[in-house]
Design a protein around this ligand. Structure first.
Ligand code: DHB
Ligand code: MG
Length: 629
């Protein structure tokens, strides 16, 4: 299977685009004509530059407004095509995309279009060039791949075929199953794009909002199943017009594209096993079961700040590393690792971000399969030297330099706490009743949200929730949940658009740290809050107005409101399912903890409370005790 991506999908100059596309692992690149024209260098040089990157050019595009013109426009269109054939020959590519005409003078008619394509096909044939005809969803006469196929069928020329583009078919809700009836060898090329479900003008939607397969809401997988079932064996290419991608990091966009394409084709192969897809076998999406540990990088007085906070939450210092400056803090199934090493990954993170989460350990069904799948999707293995008696725990580089470790129940990796750590006598005290990690909240720049969602949902068996808006007094934060289908791993992704929001301030003061808060579960929040109070825990103060409003919104049992108010506990309800949450005050660059009690059946995250929580956090001002960046 050959993979490709259109130059239009990536930001930068042509050389920058090619660099990023080659580095991400693609086999080829569709040359979008504008990118070629804007480049200062001839077609021969561009062709050479592309091949020097190890890339092929499976397609040159687009050629517009060709078919069904009256004379003298018709002859002019043929002349224009011949000039483009010259360029293609110098570039070293044999396939041109002709998109259906939007020309106001185009006469239309299947027969006329077929005649024009057959005639141009004959000219192209002499020069070893092939024509691929694509129905634009907004074409003047042709806007449906079934009509485009009828034209190609009637043109009946070996050098004329159809080009399918998932956006035009799915965006217009054309029956994708009709693709199965097209002979595979007449499909000359396939372009893929997803898009979020937004009701808007097709052209505007296509030119600004396309995204990578799996990032949007179109049924790209079903489309591709039909294409493969038709017997298609050519390149699979991404053609993503997206305003955000045009302005973001070229390498990151190309990597997302590659990840989405491999994950998609793996899904297609599983869903349609009788189709032939020539790509190496990879393990299926891995079951992510739980958070195994969260590791902080901390030094000097920060260690005291962090561990003092952990103590007030009921954690005990359960163990220390046998060879390294690393301690383990535990309560229930929650493990917090505090790493003060001056070398290695934690030290590197501390140098750039200060006190922050440097590593997440996930409990998965198979650590080996997770790394294998991640590698196939373009995430490299992470390793650092292990000392005597230390286990090499499988790990990968996530996004933005992050590191994820994987622990499973079968490979002996779960023993790491006994093997590498020495238990400390100080502790089997009772703690505060915290049982496990409910969720991790990652903060990121809004433009990185699609990348992170794709990262989790392509590697793990996780589903994404719709994106919701969270109101900060100084701006909007977008929030989306990725959640394991089986198991209890939940991650909330929060995208900040301005540095004035609480999330944005955290990003700025930590130079892009990721985990901003850790939500911990208890089965009895009132008991937990009482016990934490005894340990010196200071909750985030919630104003009286909030509780007055609760009384108006919900029918509350006697006495509950007073207990909530006394504990600074926030409340929510979905149907009959109740939800309670209490927040710590912020520490370091704006990190905090949250304690949650989920009543049976409550699926949310206390979203309605978020604006009041954020306002309360901002009222307290920046955290004390840690120097601010
Ligand atoms: O938006 C366009 O004009 C355009 C051009 C070429 C394509 O392949 C396409 O899908 C859209
Ligand atoms: Mg297209």
């Amino acid at each position: 299977m050959k993979t490709a991506i259109a130059t239009v999908s990536i930001s930068g100059t042509l050389p920058e685009k090619l660099e990023a596309i080659a580095a991400a692992g693609f086999d080829g690149v569709e040359i979008f004509e504008q990118d070629f024209i804007a480049h200062d260098g001839g077609a021969r040089d561009v062709g050479r530059m592309i091949r020097d990157h190890g890339l092929e050019i499976p397609l040159f595009q687009p050629f517009r407004d060709f078919e069904c013109l009256p004379e003298p426009l018709r002859s002019k269109a043929f002349d224009r095509a011949k000039r483009k054939f010259d360029v293609m020959q110098e570039l070293g590519t044999d396939l041109i995309l002709i998109c259906s005409s939007v020309h106001p003078r185009s006469l239309g008619g299947i027969k006329r279009a077929a005649g024009d394509l057959a005639e141009l096909g004959e000219i192209a044939k002499e020069r070893g060039i092939r024509l691929g005809y694509e129905a634009l969803a907004w074409g003047r006469h042709i806007n449906d791949h079934r009509d485009a196929w009828e034209i190609v069928r009637q043109a009946d020329h070996p050098n004329v075929g159809i080009i399918l583009d998932s956006f035009h078919t799915l965006g217009r809700k054309v029956d994708r199953e009709s693709i199965r009836a097209i002979p595979g060898e007449k499909i000359f090329f396939v372009q893929l794009a997803d898009a979020p479900a937004i009701d808007m003008d097709l052209l505007y939607w296509s030119r600004h909002f396309r995204n990578m397969p799996g990032e949007g809401d179109l049924e790209v997988q079903r489309f591709m199943q039909a294409v493969m079932a038709a017997g298609y064996s050519g390149p699979i290419s991404l053609e993503i017009f997206n305003d955000q991608f045009r302005g973001s990091n070229a390498r990151a966009t190309a990597q997302d594209g590659y990840r989405s394409l491999i994950a998609l084709m793996d899904d297609v192969r599983r869903a349609e096993p009788e189709t032939k897809i020539d790509m190496p076998a990879i393990p299926p999406r891995v079951r992510a079961e739980d958070v195994s540990f969260v590791e902080f990088a901390a030094r000097g007085s920060e260690v005291e700040t962090l561990t003092a906070m952990l103590r007030t939450l009921g954690f005990r210092n359960a163990a220390k590393h046998r060879n390294k400056a690393i301690t383990l803090w535990q309560q229930g199934d929650v493990r917090i690792v505090v790493n003060s090493e001056t070398e290695g990954h934690a030290a590197h993170v501390w140098n750039t971000r200060g006190l922050s989460v440097c590593d997440i350990g996930l409990q998965v069904s198979s650590a080996h399969d997770t790394v294998t799948r991640a590698n196939a999707l373009g995430s490299p293995t992470f390793s650092q030297p292990t000392g005597p008696g230390e286990l090499a725990i499988p790990a990968i580089r996530g996004l933005g330099g992050s590191v994820l470790h994987f622990i499973d129940g079968t490979s002996g990796l779960g023993e790491v706490w006994d093997v590498e750590f020495e238990a400390l006598p100080n502790g089997k005290d009772e703690g505060a009743g915290i049982t496990h990690v409910d969720h991790l909240a990652q903060t990121m720049s809004y433009e990185d949200m699609l990348s992170w969602t794709l990262f989790y949902s392509s590697l793990f068996d996780m589903r994404k929730s719709p994106m919701v808006d969270v109101i900060d007094p100084d701006g909007l934060v977008r929030s989306q949940v990725v959640e394991s289908a089986a198991g209890r791993l939940k991650i909330t992704l929060n995208g900040a658009e301005t540095h004035r929001t609480l999330a944005g301030r955290f990003l700025a003061s930590t130079f892009g740290a990721s985990v901003q808060h850790i939500a911990l579960s208890t089965e009895d929040i009132f008991d937990t809050v009482a016990r934490m109070g005894g340990l010196g825990f200071q909750p985030l103060p919630i104003p009286g107005n909030y509780y007055d409003d609760l009384a108006a919104r919900f029918d509350m049992p006697d006495g509950l409101l007073d207990k909530l108010r006394a504990g600074n506990i926030l409340y929510d309800r979905e149907g009959e399912a109740e939800f309670f949450q209490v927040y710590s005050r912020a520490f370091a660059g704006g990190m905090f903890f949250e304690i949650i009690q989920r009543g049976p059946g409550y699926k949310g995250f206390g979203g309605p409370n978020a604006p009041f929580r954020i306002a309360a956090q901002k009222r307290l001002g920046p955290p004390k005790g840690i120097p601010q960046a």
